[in-house]
Design a protein around this ligand. Structure first.
Ligand SMILES: C[S@@+](CC[C@H](N)C(=O)[O-])C[C@H]1O[C@@H](n2cnc3c(N)ncnc32)[C@H](O)[C@@H]1O
Length: 384
């Protein structure tokens, strides 16, 4: 820094002002209390250990570290991008030089998504909030600014991530209750909550979240699947383990809750066995976000892989735990599907997707969700 440079804190405040303008203009930041929170809580304090950036052109994505003393680090902390802070469950930016090809496991979510979710949570003064997925702690800090530290509890599954978040929050003078544990169990000790917000995705809404939110309270979470289509849902709790709501749109995706990550594929089934027929739908149906979401409802634990065997590309959809599989190969103008296991996965996907198409293929933001003590049901509107 030279004598003519502004002190870093002035620069950070100016960058926060720019971020607030961007978030307001893009429509994600809509109300004064959250504007004041984004202006007050310094995101860069939550990224002091650096972050990982994607290596341009890499596929699958490779990541390289950006340290806090790198040129442009401060500016990047105030851009509207998600910044990955941990890879493969343990690796932080200071641990490596060069590039790494493993999956991100913690991040500071992109500001426009964080503030959109906070706005969608529709908090009121005095609300008690449970956050699942503390991550860097930036969103926790925004909640503290809006409601007061004593009204915010945040659960993080990874003790190191939680410890770093506690340090960053402390630097900002914030001391909410931070819990280390599996957020899928919520945090019974502080229940009932007025609002529950999850910043990791889930395959289905945990019963604990409904049970720990007061009747009339709100649960906001992203429903995901292993075919990687997902959407943000907001539910109102009705009591007795029942909650109902709808999807909010925006094709929101989050890293999945760690206990719900897909199992490794391991040994593949013998795909020369099984029943064969002409497919009613080809695997290209899975290229479409909404159709893929519908397919996931039919095959909730299925994963999709492309294999090359004997020079031919085969699309395999398989549920590792159940041992069900479907392999699709192109046969001139048709697709052929071979299926094995106790359940015919592709039959279920085709039935569901074709029924959804017959109902005019509404996009996921028109879907509804209901959770009862026995089941979670996701439906789309019919007879529009
Ligand atoms: C996208 S990050 C959270 C971003 C954070 N809200 C922020 O603003 O920095 C998701 C976090 O959820 C955590 N997580 C994953 N599974 C979890 C679980 N079962 N319970 C609690 N936290 C979990 C991850 O370790 C990760 O830190």
């Amino acid at each position: 820094m030279t004598l003519l440079d502004p002190p870093p804190e002035t620069t950070a405040a100016a960058l926060r002002g720019q971020l607030v303008r961007h978030l307001t203009e893009s429509g994600s930041l809509r109300t004064e209390p959250w504007r004041a929170a984004v202006e007050a809580v310094p995101r860069h304090e939550f990224l002091r250990e650096g972050f990982f950036e994607p290596v341009p052109g890499s596929a699958p994505t490779a990541w390289r570290p950006v340290s806090a003393d790198a040129d442009g680090w401060l500016g990047r902390c105030y851009t509207d991008e998600s910044l990955v802070t941990q890879i493969a469950g343990t690796i932080v930016p200071g641990d490596i030089r060069g590039e790494i090809l493993r999956a991100p496991t913690s991040s500071s979510t992109m500001p426009s998504l964080v503030v959109r979710m906070l706005e969608e949570l529709e908090v009121e003064d005095g609300d008690q909030v449970l956050e699942i997925g503390t991550g860097t702690g930036w969103s926790t800090g925004l909640l503290c600014h809006r409601l007061g530290d004593e009204r915010v509890t945040s659960v993080e599954v990874d003790p190191d991530v939680s410890r770093r978040a506690a340090a960053a929050l402390g630097t900002c003078g914030r001391f909410p209750e931070l819990v280390v544990g599996d957020g899928l169990a919520g945090h019974e000790d502080g229940a009932p909550y007025d609002r529950l917000i999850a910043t990791c995705g889930v395959l289905e809404l945990p019963r604990a979240w409904i049970g720990q939110t007061r009747p009339g309270g709100t649960v906001l979470a992203t429903l995901c699947g292993w075919l990687y289509s997902s959407e943000l849902a907001r539910l109102t709790v009705e009591g007795d383990g029942v909650a109902r709501g709808r999807f909010l749109g925006g094709r929101i995706s989050f890293m999945l809750a760690r206990p719900q990550l897909p199992p490794p594929l391991g040994m593949l089934p013998d795909m020369d066995t099984g029943d064969e027929r002409v497919a009613r739908l080809g695997p290209d149906v899975l290229d479409d976000w909404d159709a893929r979401f519908v397919a996931q409802l039919a095959a909730p634990r299925a994963q999709h892989v492309r294999l090359t065997r004997d020079g031919r590309t085969e699309h395999v959809v398989l549920d590792v735990a159940a041992g069900d599989w479907a392999a699709l190969t192109q046969d001139g103008p048709h697709w052929t599907v071979r299926q094995g296991g106790a359940n015919r996965l592709w039959d279920a996907v085709e039935d569901h997707v074709l029924r959804w198409r017959a109902d005019d293929a509404p996009t996921v933001e028109h879907f509804a969700i209901a959770v009862t003590p026995d089941a979670q049901t996701i439906t789309w509107p019919t007879g529009r």
